[in-house]
Ligand binder design. Structure first.
Ligand code: C2O
Ligand code: CU
Length: 537
């Protein structure tokens, strides 16, 4: 690795405000990676699909005028149908990968970036060595070979950088994309397909006056998480979705760092959800608004058939409580204040130059009905049967493994611990092929006054099912402003845990042993250390 790269790395380290201690643990990480990185295709893995993903510095025309320098992933099909990879030209997003359940996939990840990096397949159930743990980060010029079978149900999954302490910066620069998995069960349903089945990746970003990405990461931003000044849809600003007057399947991903959305149609139409992180629900669910936390996916059924041509409607994010660090009933509206005024100077393009308040009222997705439809689909009453996980099958049904979420002394902790590589504690060892009863406790038992924030908690490996939510009475009023928009009935890999809340869930740990991470998906919290490994064995 050349001098230039070392210099670049040093720049990143300073950027993230890391201490010498963190830098030291980074070099031990690199040492471990040297032995763990999978560099070669294995002869006994018969791939149906082979993809080359190359990470590069690229200039993308996001705005008029100067191109934006991003970290772009370029996909190339080596084996399999050409439409498996959609490179999304004109977007900083990584290519969308369209895969089928049961396919054996080999991915050659080539890192041509001036930094070490690794990709994680968010929501996919893959072997530990293929999961993109930060210890597998590769340097400039190196290749990591992933090999895994798609075991997941049809659904909307995604992938993103998971590099030690710089995940946020790398995702911000562009290292994130969608994985859409289909299967026979889904194909048998008469859901909108093709042009009427659309991904909607929601992110917030800030750009400077010459169209360059601006990532602010001072202490306050790290505590709240990054908040941008404009909303990007599928990597594009000021996006308007043109539709026919018919029904659509919209696959929403919140790919933002810390921004939680409370989504509602501006004409009062309720929201109909048909899928969560891990695929289709048993039946559609209708709600006045939808909460969408970082990393979560929800698929919507939207019916524009009664809307005359020319109709414009907007999916907005509307105010809610509990977003700010000081929690409780007063917490909501000021949730974005941390970001205000700190975002620096005004810019030439459409962003305001000030962070959109976290729990404020702003536009997310504009839709315009532009065309007479010649076909339509009807919303099925039933979608797919769901296997219900049962408490009685849990290996520890009497006593949940509880993870306490806390923020103190300017750090974000899990059971009082920060992330460290190869630092598995006895309570983090889980027997393989078991079902575990687990809970995330975000101050349910604590008194007011403690710093409390919402945390979108994610576990690698298999999808889980939420059993119950309990809310500290003092937070109940705040919680009521989000509760109708939480969808807990399906498979999930990420769950929003609001201040004062405890969420209990059943999580399977089948098939694969090794290290699997659990962490807050507020990316600034993750990089601050709100992340740990489970050792499955
Ligand atoms: Cu989407 Cu460990 O991450
Ligand atoms: Cu968090």
């Amino acid at each position: 690795m050349g001098h230039r790269i070392d210099k670049q790395r040093r720049k990143f380290l300073t950027y993230a405000g890391m201490t010498a201690v963190t830098a030291a643990s980074y070099s031990s990480l690199q040492a471990a990676a040297k032995t763990a990185v999978n560099r070669k295709a294995s002869a006994d893995f018969k791939a149906d699909v082979e993809i080359e993903l190359t990470q590069e510095v690229a200039n993308v025309a996001i705005f008029k005028g100067r191109k934006t320098r991003v970290w772009k992933v370029f996909g190339k099909m080596l084996k399999g149908a050409p439409d498996i990879v959609n490179n999304l030209p004109g977007s900083y997003l990584a290519p969308t990968l369209n895969l089928q359940k049961g396919q054996k996939v080999r991915i050659y990840l080539k890192n041509n970036l001036p930094a070490h990096s690794i990709l994680h397949w968010h929501g996919l159930h893959v072997p530990a060595k293929m999961d993109g743990n930060p210890m597998y980060a590769i340097s400039h010029g190196e290749t990591f070979v992933y090999e895994f079978e798609i075991l997941n149900r049809a659904g909307t999954y995604w992938y993103h950088a998971h590099t030690h302490s710089v995940t946020a910066k790398q995702v911000y620069s562009g290292l994130a994309g969608l994985i859409i998995v289909s299967d026979e069960e889904e194909q048998a349903l008469a859901l909108p397909k093709g042009l009427y089945d659309l991904p909607i990746v929601i992110q917030d970003r800030s750009f400077d006056a010459v169209n360059q990405l601006r990532y602010v990461n001072h202490m306050m931003q790290r505590m709240t998480g990054f908040l941008g000044d404009q909303i990007m849809i599928n990597g594009q600003p000021n996006y308007v979705l043109p539709v026919e007057n018919r029904s659509y399947r919209l696959r929403l991903l919140n790919g933002s760092h810390s921004r939680i959305y409370k989504l509602a149609w501006d004409d009062g139409t309720p929201i109909t959800v048909i899928a969560t992180d891990g695929g289709l629900l048993e039946k559609p669910e209708t709600m006045p608004y939808l909460m969408l936390a970082p990393a979560e996916r929800r698929e919507l059924w939207v019916d524009f058939s009664t809307k005359p041509i020319g109709t414009e409607l907007t999916l907005r994010s509307i105010p809610f409580s509990g977003a700010s660090m000081h929690g409780g009933m007063m917490g909501g509206m000021g949730g974005g204040m941390m970001g205000r005024g700190m975002m620096g100077r005004r810019r030439g393009n459409m962003g305001s130059g000030r962070a959109l308040p976290l729990a404020g009222d702003y536009q997310v997705l504009r839709v315009k009905v532009v065309k007479q439809a010649t076909s339509d689909d009807e919303l099925p009453d039933g979608l797919t049967p769901l296997t219900r996980l049962r408490m009685a099958d849990a290996a520890n049904s009497g006593k949940a493994r509880t993870v306490e979420l806390s923020m103190r002394h300017m750090s974000a902790l899990l059971n009082g611990r920060s992330y460290k590589m190869n630092d598995v504690k006895p309570d983090e060892v889980v027997p393989v092929n078991t079902l575990q009863l687990m809970a995330f406790d975000n101050g349910y038992h604590r008194s007011m006054g403690m710093m409390a924030m919402p945390h979108p908690m994610h576990l690698h490996g298999e999808q889980f099912q939420v059993i119950k939510r309990e809310v500290n009475p003092r937070y109940q009023a705040a919680h009521a402003s989000v509760s109708e928009g939480l969808v807990d009935s399906g498979w999930k890999d990420t769950v929003l845990v609001m201040p004062g809340e405890k969420v209990t869930f059943l999580k399977p740990f089948n098939d694969f042993s090794g290290l699997f991470m659990y962490h807050c998906h507020n990316l600034e919290h993750e990089d601050m250390g709100m992340m740990r490994d489970f050792l499955i064995k």
